[in-house]
Every structure is written in C-alpha cells, then in structure tokens.
Design a protein around this ligand. Structure first.
Ligand code: FE2
Length: 362
C-alpha cells in the first residue's frame, strides 16, 4: 500500500510570478531558493521555489497563452493549482487512486537531470485543483530537474514559519459529502473532525466543514461548503470569484506565534481585524494560557481550547485582488482541532470585509 509521507509543496499559478515571489519573500518571509525558466532551459513557463522551514511554495507563471497556466489564470486568477504530496511509491499511488476513481492528470513520469531522477504523477481533486505525487529518493539536486539554485536571498525577511499544518478546500453547495467520500475512497483518508451549520453560523451566514486526514494524520484537508442563511456565505463568495471549488487557505505552523505575527505585521501583512470585545471574555472561555492576553489582543491572535490543549491562530486578508485565497498562521500547544470557538469572531470579521466588498448580499 503506497503511503503519503508529508506535504511536498503547493504550486500556485499566478499572473506574474516574479512580482508574487517578491511579495512572499518581503511580506511572509520566504527565501527564494531555486528558479526555472528561460535561463534554465525551460521554454514555456517561469517558476520560483520559495522556502521557509519545511514549507515550499512554487509560483508559476506561463510565458504564453499555450501553457495550461494561462487558461487557469484567466478563469481563477491567482490560486493554488497543486497540493503536492511526498509519497513512497508514485506509480503505486497513481494506480491506486485512479483505480479508486480519481481522474488521472499526469501519468507516472521520471524527470531526469544531472543530480538523479524524480518520480512524479498527478490526479484531479475539487475544481481545477490537483494532487501531485512526488518521490525524490533517487535525487540529490535542488527541488526538481530544470530548477537552478539561487545562492543567497538578500530580500527575504524571515518570520519563522515552520511547516504546513493543513490545506483547506472550499467546494460548491451540497458537495462537501461528495468530496469527503472522495478522499475516503480514493486516498484511504478518514474523517478527523467536523462541524455543521448548527455550530458554524453568524447572524448572516453559515457553513459546514469536515476535516479528512491520511492514516498517519500528518496531512489534513478541511473541506468547507456553504450552508443556507440570511445572506451569502463567505464560501459562496469564494466560489463565485474563483469560478469553481478551490483552495481557500493554507495554514502554516510556527513555534512562537507572537514573534511570527509581530514580524509579519512589521513586514506589512494584513490580517483580519478582531474586535477588542473578543479578548474581554477570552480567559473565561479558554482558561489559563501562557501568553499575555494584551499582547494577543494587540496582534489580533485568536485562541481556542479542546480536550488535548489549546491553539493560537489568525488569518490574513485575501492575498490577491479576488476575495479568494488567504493564509493562516497557527501555533498548536496540544490543541488538535480547528478553532471552533473562534469561528464566530472570525466569520464576523470576514463578513465585515465581505460587506465592504458589496458581497454580503441576500
Ligand atoms: Fe484553518
């Protein structure tokens, strides 16, 4: 049985990877470590590999309308094309997932270069998003053949983000169950956590969410769908602007959220604004925590507790002009859930921005 070992990278299709790379380096603290493009013998696209901790983002832009990233970008704007997974057996994973009903996108292929070879394949998931499987156990070079290392990134302003915690998909009305079942059937994932619209609602909008995880629970994919309420759900706003299901947010873990968020704010990252009233009842709700509540309030960090411990988290505003993808910073101090106690404060913050965009409609 082939196994998923970890997240490998997230590949974004963007309109201008050179400029987007600058943003993720200056604002989010990623290091530019490798590039692929005309100078490295790649004729149809430019890709920038950005790294921080074990997190890898690849920003890809097409060099002409023939490249599939061009159509993708026209329809979706900037967004995540591939949630790539490190596996121990690429052909086995491709065979198993396609036999279980996944649509194949790229058959198992060996990419070869002077530093060895990498096995790669991909299958479709929600919307135009794909999962790429990668095995680089026979490769000693940087990232993938075709990439050249960048010696030193003098622009990067590191924020000590360490690893991908979870990657969230927004799907269309009434299709969450279908996609949960897809991950169970195709990948052998199981349900890890879920909330329904009786728990997840505000005065105006509602959603349902189920988290699926691989057998080791290293890889976790929450799947959200809109639910019926007075006004348009933020999930529906996303789907309207992304023009399909897609990745809503990527959560990145830090071991010190206060230091990380202080740095990100200095770098100019914009976070959702949390009302000060949230902090007045915080300790009543979550009990004693190690952090100073005034500091958390100043930084806008949210806290939630579950039976295992607690977690601290906060969310950026969308990182492109369409109100689609955003990023999350999370620190887990034992807490294994997804901040149910914060959803209401969070959604109200999102709704204020949604109303400002003229999209909190009936
Ligand atoms: Fe999240």
């Amino acid at each position: 049985m082939p196994k998923i070992l970890d997240y490998d990278h997230l590949e974004f299709f963007v309109g201008n990877a050179k400029q987007a790379a600058y943003y993720y380096r200056m604002a989010f603290g990623f290091r530019l470590t490798a590039v692929a493009g005309l100078e490295t013998g790649v004729r149809d696209r430019a890709s920038y590999l950005l790294e921080q901790g074990t997190i890898r983002f690849v920003l890809t832009t097409p060099l002409g309308p023939e490249h599939p990233a061009a159509d993708h970008h026209k329809l979706h704007g900037d967004g995540v094309r591939s949630v790539a997974l490190l596996v121990d057996d690429v052909p086995g994973m491709y065979r198993q997932t396609t036999a279980n009903g996944a649509k194949g996108i790229q058959e198992p292929t060996e990419l070869t270069g002077p530093d060895g070879s990498v096995q790669i394949a991909s299958v479709a998931t929600y919307g135009d998003t794909i999962h790429t499987f990668i095995d680089r156990s026979k490769y000693t070079g940087i990232f993938l053949p075709g990439y050249q290392p960048v010696e030193k990134d003098t622009l990067s302003r590191p924020a000590n983000l360490q690893l991908v915690d979870h990657v969230v998909g927004n799907v269309e009305w009434h299709s969450m169950e279908k996609w949960v079942e897809y991950y169970e059937r195709v990948f052998g994932f199981h349900k890890f956590w879920s909330v329904d619209d009786k728990q997840l609602y505000t005065e105006y909008s509602a959603l349902r969410s189920t988290v699926v995880a691989d057998p080791t629970e290293r890889v976790k994919f929450p799947i959200n769908e809109p639910a019926k309420a007075k006004r348009k759900s933020q999930i529906e706003e996303y789907v309207d602007y992304y023009r399909s299901a897609g990745v809503q947010h990527v959560a990145m873990h830090t071991e010190n959220i206060i230091e990380t968020v202080t740095k990100l704010r200095e770098n100019g990252v914009e976070f959702l604004r949390i009302p000060s009233s949230y902090y007045e009842t915080l300790e009543q709700r979550v009990g004693k925590i190690d952090e100073d509540v005034k500091t958390l309030a100043r930084l806008g960090v949210l806290v939630d507790r579950d039976e295992y411990g607690y977690l601290l988290q906060l969310f950026t505003k969308p990182v492109e002009d369409r109100p689609t993808l955003f990023l999350e910073v999370i620190q887990r101090k034992g807490g294994r859930s997804f901040g149910l106690g914060n959803f209401k404060a969070l959604f109200e913050a999102i709704e204020r921005d949604q109303a400002a965009r003229g999209n909190l409609t009936e």
